[in-house]
Design a protein around this ligand. Structure first.
Ligand code: FE
Ligand code: FE
Length: 182
């Protein structure tokens, strides 16, 4: 890791961290959309993939605004959340409703992580008087907050369905063992 000795360098370091995280998420989100059997959840992942691609372009614009080449610095935070998912799926063999519930939790953890990161970046950009950066980073922050909200409402609906025993409502029809009997 390069030396970080000033608030400006810390800002760039944290940008590189998020640049890594967002790029990693563009690979994870299509997989999550596949895994989800709940239609609304699957669509939420696909929609957020599109937003994530835009977030990466916003980060690139912030780098350019600072006269920096966009560069990713490995982010163990996001890798940890991803590993937690991978281990769970592999070890538990969860499927259907239970897997969907797990995925909403993993998504909420990810969004909280991103919200914390972007909140810090927006504050730093503001302190450094980087107006363009403030706007671009705020756009990303807004999208993460919106995504968290929709994931939370999907999660609430799922828990309600589970307690009512109506596990087939809103479920994507798919061939194989995941389809519940009607
Ligand atoms: Fe993001
Ligand atoms: Fe996100």
């Amino acid at each position: 890791m390069a030396q970080v000795t000033s608030p400006e360098e810390l800002f760039v370091h944290e940008l590189q961290d998020m640049y890594y995280a967002e790029n990693a998420l563009t690979k994870v989100l299509p997989q999550l959309a596949q895994e989800a059997s709940d239609r609304e959840l699957s669509r939420a992942f696909t929609r957020h993939l599109k937003e994530t691609e835009k977030q990466i372009r916003n980060l690139e614009r912030v780098f350019q605004d600072l006269g920096e080449t966009p560069q990713a610095h490995p982010c163990p935070g996001i890798e940890g959340i991803k590993k937690e998912h991978d281990d769970f799926v592999q070890e538990t063999k969860a499927s259907g409703q239970v897997l969907d519930m797990f995925l909403t939790g993993a998504a909420a953890r990810t969004e909280h992580y991103e919200i914390a990161a972007y909140t810090g970046l927006v504050s730093k950009a503001r302190a450094l008087k980087r107006r363009d950066a403030v706007e671009l980073l705020q756009e990303n922050l807004r999208q993460e907050k919106e995504t968290l909200k929709s994931v939370e409402s999907i999660s609430k609906r799922m828990l309600k369905e589970a307690s009512n025993g109506s596990s087939t409502a809103g479920r994507r029809s798919r061939a194989g063992s995941r389809r519940s009997p009607r």
